[in-house]
Design a protein around this ligand. Structure first.
Ligand code: MRU
Length: 384
C-alpha cells in the first residue's frame, strides 16, 4: 500500500503566497489551535522571526522550512520595493543580516541554522555565477520550496521505516508535538503512526499533555483526532503509571538536535520518559530527519538549551497558577543520553548503537551546518 504524504486533516503548515499586496509566507498559527484554524500572512522577515520566537510556528523541521521561506521573502521584498536599487552586494549583505535575525529566533533546533545556511550557500553560488539579482530572487524562492518538499518526502520515508517497528494492536506513547503540525509533511514521531494506520494496523496512542506549553494537549491530540487514530490524553506525571499498567509497547518522540554520539535534545520531559521506558523495558524510538543531526557536536552537553519566559510556567491560558514573584526555571528542552535511545529513525534508514558509527554512515553525502554544499536548483513547485 502506498502511504499518503499529506495529513488527513488537509491542513498545511507553511507555503509561499502571492496576492495583490505582494509576496508572503503563509503559516498556520499554531497558537490558535485547537480552537481555530487560522493562517497568517508574514510579509516581512521580522514577522517570520517573531512567529518562530512566539511559537506560532514551531517544531524543528517546520522552523527550518519557515526560515528558508523567510530568507526568500527578505530578498523578494527588497526586489519588489525597487528592483533597480538591488545590487548583488546589497542583496548579499541583506541576506547575511536576515540570516542572523532568523538564527537568533530559537537556539536549540539545528534545522533553523541548517536551512538558513543552505539558503546563503544558494545565494553565494548564484552570485558567484554572475546571476542578476532578479534571477537570485527566483532561485531563492525555488530553494525554499525545495527545502519544504524534501522535508515532506523525508517525513514519509521516516513513516515507512518507523511503521515496520509498530505491531498491529500496539499502544504507543508520545510527547510534545512531532506530527504534521511540526513539519511540512506527515511529521516525524507521528509519521510511523500515520503510515501504520494507513496500512490497517490498529493503534492506540497515549499523548502527554506536555507542560508548560501544552503542545501534546493542544496540537498532538488535535491532529490525531483529525486522523481518526484513537488516543488518550494524559498529564505528564501519569506516564509512569501507564507504562506499568497500560500495556505501552513503545515510546516515539521527535528531536530538535541530535549530537554525533546519538544524544538527543527534545522537548523538556523527554529525558524523564526515556528513563521510565528503560525502567519498564519499553523501546524508546527517536524519529528525526538528517537535517536535525548535528555531527559538529560530539555530545549532547554542547547543545544549547533554550530558556523561555517564566510566564509559561506561572500561568495556563493566561490565568496565573502561582504566587507572584516566585522563582521559576523554564528550560524548553532536555537531553536524553544515547544509551537510552533504542533506535533513531531517519529518512535514510534506522540507526542503532554505536551511534558514532551508524549516524555518520547514514549521513554520508548529506550536508550539515557548516559544510560546503553544492545544491542544484530543481523545479520544485506547489505544496507537497
Ligand atoms: O518548542 P517546540 O514546540 O518547538 O518543541 C518541539 C519539539 O520538541 C519537537 O518534539 C521537535 O521539534 C520535533 S518536531 C518534529
Amino acid at each position: 500500500m502506498v502511504a499518503d504524504a499529506r495529513h488527513p486533516s488537509g491542513v498545511y503548515t507553511v507555503c509561499w503566497e502571492e496576492d495583490s499586496e505582494g509576496s508572503s509566507v503563509c503559516v498556520l498559527d499554531q497558537s490558535a489551535l485547537p480552537h481555530q484554524v487560522l493562517y497568517l500572512h508574514l510579509r516581512h522577515e521580522e514577522e517570520v522571526a517573531e512567529a518562530i520566537r512566539s511559537l506560532k510556528v514551531r517544531g524543528a523541521p517546520l522552523i527550518g522550512v519557515t526560515a528558508a521561506f523567510g530568507m526568500a521573502l527578505a530578498l523578494t521584498r527588497l526586489w519588489q520595493a525597487g528592483a533597480s536599487t538591488l545590487t548583488p552586494a546589497r542583496a548579499r549583505s541583506h541576506l547575511a543580516r536576515v540570516a542572523e535575525l532568523l538564527r537568533q529566533a530559537r537556539p536549540t533546533a539545528v534545522n533553523l541554522p541548517w536551512a538558513v545556511e543552505r539558503m546563503l550557500r544558494c545565494a553565494d553560488q548564484a552570485l558567484a555565477a554572475g546571476r542578476a539579482p532578479g534571477e537570485l530572487v527566483a532561485l531563492l524562492q525555488r530553494e525554499a520550496q525545495a527545502v519544504a518538499d524534501e522535508d515532506c518526502a523525508a517525513c514519509l520515508a521516516m513513516g515507512r521505516y518507523g511503521a515496520e517497528l509498530i505491531p498491529d494492536q500496539a499502544t504507543l506513547l508520545t510527547h510534545c508535538n512531532a506530527g504534521a503540525l511540526a513539519t511540512a509533511g506527515l511529521g516525524t514521531a507521528l509519521a510511523p503512526m500515520y503510515v501504520a494506520h494507513q496500512q490497517g494496523k490498529h493503534l492506540h496512542i497515549f499523548v502527554d499533555e506536555t507542560r508548560p506549553v501544552l503542545q501534546g494537549a493542544r496540537l498532538t491530540a488535535w491532529e490525531l483526532q483529525q486522523s481518526g487514530i484513537p488516543l488518550t490524553l494524559i498529564t505528564d506525571n501519569m506516564a509512569a503509571h501507564f507504562m506499568r499498567h497500560g500495556g505501552i509497547q513503545a515510546v516515539f518522540v521527535g528531536a530538535d538536535r541530535v549530537a554525533a554520539n546519538g544524544d538527543v535534545a527534545n522537548k523538556i520531559g523527554t529525558y524523564g520518559l526515556a528513563v521510565l521506558a528503560r525502567a519498564h523495558d519499553i523501546p524508546f524510538y527517536v524519529v528525526a530527519p538528517r537535517s536535525t543531526i548535528d555531527l559538529t557536536l560530539s555530545s549532547g552537553e554542547q547543545i544549547p538549551i533554550e530558556q523561555r519566559d517564566p510566564s509559561e510556567v506561572t500561568s495556563i491560558g493566561g490565568s496565573a497558577i502561582a504566587p507572584p514573584g516566585v522563582y521559576v526555571a523554564n528550560p524548553a528542552f532536555d537531553v536524553t543520553p544515547h544509551s537510552h535511545v533504542t533506535a533513531l529513525i531517519t529518512e535514510a534508514g534506522v540507526a542503532r548503537a554505536p551511534y558514532t558509527q551508524s549516524l555518520p554512515a547514514l549521513c554520508a553525502g548529506y550536508h550539515h551546518v557548516g559544510e560546503v554544499h553544492v545544491h542544484g536548483v530543481g523545479n520544485h513547485t506547489g505544496r507537497c
